[in-house]
Design a binder for this molecule. Structure first.
Ligand SMILES: *Cc1c(COP(=O)(O)O)cnc(C)c1O
Length: 374
């Protein structure tokens, strides 16, 4: 059986966890948490990072930070995971769902401006498969209409965007805030886990308070205040040192993991291109590929499902992805009725192939040949 995903362990996870446990400090914001923060800030140019217990939590922190109030509107692609929308729905926002591009599942930036009203508070682009959305267009709209941009960078670690100014920027470093995931299905993992990246420094101090249950405890431990107490709303968004120690072991192998995933991705691409029945993933000139995912797009739901069945008959587990959020059981009665046919098309026709560090060249060959029916 070839599974869809298999979490990769570098071998050092338990070593660092043992160290964290032995140190006697196992709650959050200790040595390993701070090492992870420093690493991401230095490598990707985020102004400030805070590890969280999930990307979902990082998105919820973002919704609190931009002060979402009932009735505020937030523009989100319909082709995404529920957490992208849920974080804002929890604060009472109305979600205005946007359609995907013709060429890839990312938000169609040419359609965003028409969705902006006086109630719009934020745009939440999702870098699907780790491939950048067209951030210049989104940031220009945000400036023009005074909106916040929160990147859902759950899949986008170690991926980049080159804007019109020619500067290559890490995904998650462009919007005011960004959320990453270290769930076991992502490139680097900690089981469950995530991170809030803060690029607009006005949010830095309050983010730390919201992260620490609405208290100024982090400032207290740095010696900046002489007692700590309840200063704002907040929750328990910080992971324990055990999670951070696990993540640190992954961070040390980030380049090794990325190199391997790109080799796998390229083997798929070379083996499957020049096949008129399937559409290959498109990477725009402004985007890099972090090999988070390898997906194909077929002509119809029936054809896609036929391929799922064919792969399954060889014990290869390939899976479809998001069901449109605008027509979900929870939101369809709240959606404004606009038809988002590209979103629906990706729901029906996109297929994700197995993608994980330990996938062998031979297994990939079998998958390619099964798709080509050879
Ligand atoms: C994985 C994922 C999430 C959720 O991440 P968690 O860490 O599991 O909360 C959110 N958005 C997108 C686009 C994702 O792929």
């Amino acid at each position: 059986m070839i599974p869809f995903n298999k979490p990769y362990l570098t071998g050092d996870e338990t070593k660092y966890i043992t160290d964290a446990v032995a140190s006697g400090k196992i709650s959050g914001n200790g040595k390993y948490t701070q090492m992870c923060h420093k690493f991401f800030e230095n490598r990707y140019g985020f102004k400030k990072c805070l590890l969280t217990t999930s990307c979902t939590d990082a998105l919820e922190m973002a919704a609190l930070l931009i002060n979402i109030q009932p009735g505020d509107e937030v523009i989100i692609p319909s082709y995404t995971f529920v957490s992208t929308a849920n974080a804002f729905v929890l604060r009472g926002a109305t979600i205005v769902f946007a359609d995907s591009c013709v060429n890839n599942p990312n938000i169609d930036t040419t359609k965003i401006e028409a969705l902006i009203t006086s109630k719009t508070k934020a745009i939440v682009p999702v870098h699907y498969a780790g491939i950048a959305c067209d951030m210049d267009v989104i940031m220009d709209l945000a400036t023009k209409y005074n909106l916040f941009v929160i990147e859902d960078a759950a899949q986008a670690i170690d991926s980049f965007y080159t804007g019109n100014d020619g500067i290559k920027r890490a995904l998650g470093s462009i919007g005011h805030l960004a959320a990453f995931s270290f769930h076991e299905t992502k490139n680097i993992i900690s089981g469950e886990g995530g991170m809030l990246a803060i690029n607009d420094i006005q949010f830095a101090e309050r983010a730390e308070v919201i992260w620490e249950k609405g208290t100024n405890r982090a400032a207290f431990f740095r010696g900046e205040v002489d007692k700590y107490g309840w200063v704002d709303i907040g929750s328990s968004f910080l992971p324990s040192e055990i999670i951070a120690a696990f993540l640190w072991a992954q961070i040390e192998y980030l380049d090794v993991i990325q190199d391997r995933r790109k080799i796998i991705w390229n083997q798929y691409f070379e083996g499957l291109k020049d096949n008129s029945a399937i559409r290959m993933p498109l990477i725009p000139d402004y985007a890099t590929n972090n090999a988070h995912m390898f997906y194909l797009v077929f002509e119809s739901l029936e054809i896609r499902n036929k391929y799922i069945a064919r792969l399954k008959s060889k014990e290869i587990h390939a899976v479809f992805h998001y069901l449109s959020l605008h027509s979900s059981p929870f939101y369809n009665c709240k959606h404004d009725g606009r038809i988002l046919d590209r979103t629906d098309l990706y729901s029906d026709t996109l297929l994700r192939l197995p993608m994980f560090y330990e996938l062998t060249a031979k297994e990939i060959e079998l998958i390619i040949n099964t798709i080509k029916n050879e």
